[in-house]
Design a protein around this ligand. Structure first.
Ligand code: GDP
Ligand code: MG
Length: 162
């Protein structure tokens, strides 16, 4: 079986946009309102000649469980099934309490994690990305999932973790 990469993070940080970048297609559902991805969706991807699975997560039962519990529950399932995890944070917002809760889950799971500091569309966002060292997950990779900036370096790092 192919190694599996889980993409986790709060609603609206750009997980599905990143998944589209990684798979090179416009398939994962991206929308301006949070919580659009139903359940977990798996795609196949290839980078530098290596094939792997990408699992997008997002959006169920937010109003039933509450945001934190919902994000955490989905992340937990996805992490369990994954060989490595990309944790996506919106660098323009910075780390929230929900992000911190996911970090605790990631620590407990002990899987390799690559931290993607998304929405760094230009040079001015680099310092926002650097602020995410505070999460204690190592180097934040500044990316723009929307424009593709930095995603090659991120994928190189992901391959090391898979
Ligand atoms: P998800 O809920 O985490 O899957 O987030 P989506 O991929 O659906 O994206 C949520 C919103 O953020 C959409 O309007 C995207 O176009 C936008 N977005 C995603 N990545 C970027 C980025 O790198 N830069 C900017 N400016 N917007 C982004
Ligand atoms: Mg999504």
């Amino acid at each position: 079986p192919l190694p599996a990469l889980a993409v986790v993070g709060r609603p609206n940080v750009g997980k599905s946009t990143l998944v589209n970048r990684i798979i090179g297609r416009r398939e994962a559902v991206v929308q301006d309102k949070p919580g659009v991805t139903r359940d977990r969706v798996t795609y196949e991807a290839e980078w530098a000649g290596r094939r792997f699975k990408v699992v997008d997560t997002g959006g169920w039962e937010q109003d039933v469980l509450g945001l934190d519990a919902s994000v955490a529950a989905q992340a937990e399932f996805a992490i369990e099934a994954a060989d490595a995890v990309v944790f996506v944070v919106d660098a323009t917002v910075g780390a929230t309490d929900t992000d911190e809760a996911v970090v605790r889950l990631l620590r407990r799971a002990g899987k390799p994690v690559v931290l993607a500091a998304n929405k760094v569309d230009g040079m001015s966002g680099e310092s926002d990305a650097a602020a995410l060292w505070s999460l204690g997950l190592g180097e934040p990779f500044p990316i723009s999932a929307l424009h593709g900036r930095g995603t090659g370096d991120l994928l190189d790092e992901i391959l090391k973790a898979l």
